[in-house]
Write a protein that binds this ligand. Structure first.
Ligand SMILES: Nc1ncnc2c1ncn2[C@@H]1O[C@H](COP(=O)(O)OP(=O)(O)OP(=O)(O)O)[C@@H](O)[C@H]1O
Ligand SMILES: [Mg+2]
Length: 348
């Protein structure tokens, strides 16, 4: 008896700065950028992984994907910005290339569930579903080794939802809750914070939105504070590592300076904006809504999480600080939730 080919359930979070992908024990974070080819000096790279050397063929033209585009392309196109998906065509191209990373054979089937930034329009979401469903030929190349692969995929089904919904689903399933709980999910990313309100299991459009205050506003504010204090210019990007490692002292122009107080000032003012906006959005919920959980996710949860727990409580949005929670893997939680959703749609 022939064995029916297996279908992979894949969860994707198409963020403005990184795409997250999960499928079984595979987890990837890929910069949300594609770019023009810029060949040269290949074969010397120490990192020969497909993930970081990914090229896809687009009707005869090479397109660099993710890290390779970020590092080597002269013209780079972000897949999303200003809280929206930019181009469906480019997103599909990147997603096809990314699916090739998951494949173990030359033909595989997928059910995909993907999150897009909250301000992405319905038309774009529908177009994304339409363009992803069906069969695709994929031709990819590894820039470091020159190795080429050709494969075919069938996307049996595809679901597109606002990014934070993945974390909502993941948190509910993880905590064993079976009934819908009125919640706010606050996804603090690099360039945008998405706020999604859930009421009786429905995503409430008028009570959801996005903000430009996010982790990069924190690094910019810090950079300004450091410049005021030392007269030296620091690039916000270079402060990202210091923030991720929770460093109190950093080296500026050869001198150690303490960023503790500048950091807490910036965290406070940005977190306050996030709480204010959540409060404003909550006004659009029906009066019988009862927020039982505020779920904070995204990389920003690591920086703003503690302050937000108290601030949401002080603003009377939750009744106890413990009702503000962060999932175990706050950066991947949307994608993990989407993979769980995709898994429920697999044909039995
Ligand atoms: N462990 C950590 N501690 C502190 N900051 C972190 C940590 N991990 C990631 N970050 C920061 O969080 C940001 C990335 O978060 P995330 O991956 O959620 O953003 P994104 O989804 O790509 O962006 P967006 O939601 O705007 O599309 C980066 O600015 C990074 O510096
Ligand atoms: Mg995000």
């Amino acid at each position: 008896m022939p064995i029916a080919p297996m279908t992979n359930a894949v969860g994707i979070d198409l963020g403005t700065s990184t795409i997250k992908v999960t499928c079984g024990d595979m987890r990837y974070r890929i910069p949300s950028v594609i770019g023009t080819p810029n060949p040269g000096w290949t074969g010397m790279a120490t990192d020969k992984s497909w993930l970081n050397n990914l090229i896809i063929d687009d009707d005869g033209t090479d397109v660099y994907i993710g890290e390779l585009a970020r590092l080597q392309s002269e013209i780079r196109k972000p897949l999303a910005s200003e809280g929206k998906m930019k181009s469906v065509k480019n997103s599909v191209l990147a997603l096809k290339a990314i699916l090739s990373l998951i494949m173990k054979s030359t033909y595989e089937q997928f059910v995909i569930s993907t999150g897009v930034p909250i301000a992405t329009g319905v038309a774009e979401s529908k177009e994304l579903i339409k363009s992803l469903k069906g069969t695709h030929e994929i031709k990819v190349k590894n820039d470091a080794t020159g190795e080429a692969k050709q494969m075919k995929i069938l996307v049996e089904n595809c679901f597109v939802m606002p990014e934070p919904y993945g974390t909502y689903w993941y948190t509910l399933k993880n905590s064993g809750v079976t009934t819908a709980v009125d919640s706010i999910i606050v996804d603090i990313g690099h360039g945008t914070t998405d706020i999604l309100c859930m009421y009786k299991g429905n995503m409430m459009r008028a009570a959801s939105g996005s903000l430009e205050e996010a982790v990069d506003s924190l690094t910019s504010a810090l950079a300004r504070a450091i410049q005021d204090k030392t007269g030296k210019i620091v690039r916000p990007f270079d402060l990202m590592m210091a923030i991720e490692k929770n460093k109190k002292n950093i080296l500026v122009g050869g001198k150690a300076i303490n960023i503790d107080s500048a950091m807490s000032q910036a965290v406070t003012s940005i977190a306050d904006v996030i709480v204010d906006e959540s409060n404003r959005l909550l006004n659009n919920l029906p009066p019988d809504a009862w927020i039982e959980k505020v779920i904070v996710c995204g990389g920003g949860a690591y920086v703003f999480g503690d302050y937000l727990r108290q601030a949401f409580f002080d603003a009377n949005i939750v009744k106890k600080p413990e009702e503000v929670l962060t999932p175990p893997d706050a950066v991947m939680s949307n994608a993990i939730g989407f993979e769980m959703i995709a898994a429920t749609k697999l044909k039995k």
